[in-house]
Design a binder for this molecule. Structure first.
Ligand code: G1P
Length: 297
């Protein structure tokens, strides 16, 4: 029997400079889409996939993120007293089991690979997931759950994959495809952020991974790669060099790049429209500004 994936790493050490001045005092992962912090979407997705242990790789200034996961007994009491049972339920749904969360500090910003490596002792010898909370994926079945189900068949290493325009390849890890099996692709190489003319395909890595502990061994030996950082992409690529399997998984769902302002705004609109209580107002507003925009042209 294949070992279940029950641990996930959430690299959240980044400074979020693209969202300054907001991120001067608020961690990027606490910024909200409608009414839920980005990190809550990532946690919910992990839970749906069967994750039981949540490992956050943090840095200085991320205190609000740690506080967010504390229970709030006073607030719960207050809501109970006022009979606000719906809000109370929303609040309770964010509660984490005692001992389910661990925080590790990444002392220096040496890249995503280094952030994952910082959690190596907590992972030990098990397969594990990595979720990048900046990549928010709206899907009927949460993306990591789709991947865990596929992984139960394939084993090996798996990365979420999505087609991108060639000129966008310099923003992603790009896959070199050995065999396209439809939903799954077998990967024969990976390159971090290549120029458009150097990209081996138009399939990009999106921030969901299921990895074997070998990848942590590979990270042990890695020197800095693209952008002077230690790249997770390079450590996964080494798996292929050592004849172990790496798959790309074309997930079903819509991905938003919430690491960019435009992506964040798009996600806000999409998640707003998905809410029954907001849909009518918001879509009426969007229609009205689109008309004004058209009239002005
Ligand atoms: C990271 C990874 C990259 C991946 C991307 C997905 O890059 O290094 O391989 O394609 O996430 O969002 P970042 O966006 O953190 O620069």
């Amino acid at each position: 029997m294949r070992r279940k994936v029950t641990k996930a790493i959430f690299p959240v050490a980044g400074m979020g400079t693209r969202f300054l001045p907001a991120t001067k005092s608020v961690p990027k992962e606490i910024m909200t889409l409608v009414d839920r912090p980005l990190i809550q979407y990532a946690i919910d997705e992990a839970r749906a996939a069967g994750i039981k242990e949540f490992i956050f790789v943090t840095s200085r200034g991320k205190g609000a993120l740690e506080d967010y996961f504390d229970h709030a007994p006073q607030l719960e009491q207050e809501l109970k007293k006022k009979k606000k049972s719906e809000l109370l339920q929303i609040l309770k749904n964010t509660n984490m089991e005692s001992g389910a969360i661990a925080y590790i500090r990444q002392h220096r910003a040496l890249g995503l690979g280094h952030a994952v490596w910082c959690a190596r002792r907590l992972i030990a010898n098990e397969p594990f997931a990595v979720i990048l909370p900046d990549d928010v994926i709206a899907a009927e079945k949460p993306c990591l759950q789709q991947m865990v189900e596929a992984y139960a068949e394939t084993g090996g290493n798996m990365v979420a994959a999505m087609e991108v325009e060639p000129e966008r390849s310099s923003s992603y890890g790009m896959l070199d495809v050995a065999e396209d099996l439809g939903q799954l692709v077998k990967v024969k190489g990976m390159v971090e952020k290549p120029a458009a003319d150097k990209a081996p395909s138009n399939l990009a890595v999106i921030g969901r991974y299921i990895l074997t502990p070998n990848v942590l061994q590979n990270l042990n030996q890695l020197k800095s790669g693209s952008g002077g950082e230690i790249q997770l992409t390079d450590a996964i690529a080494r798996e292929i060099e050592q004849s172990r399997n790496v798959y790309g998984y074309r997930f079903r769902g819509q991905r938003f790049d919430c690491g960019s302002k435009s992506g964040f705004l798009q996600a806000t609109v999409a998640f707003g429209l998905a809410r029954e209580e907001l849909r009518d107002d918001l879509s009426a507003y969007l229609r009205s500004i689109m008309q004004i925009d058209k009239a002005a042209q």
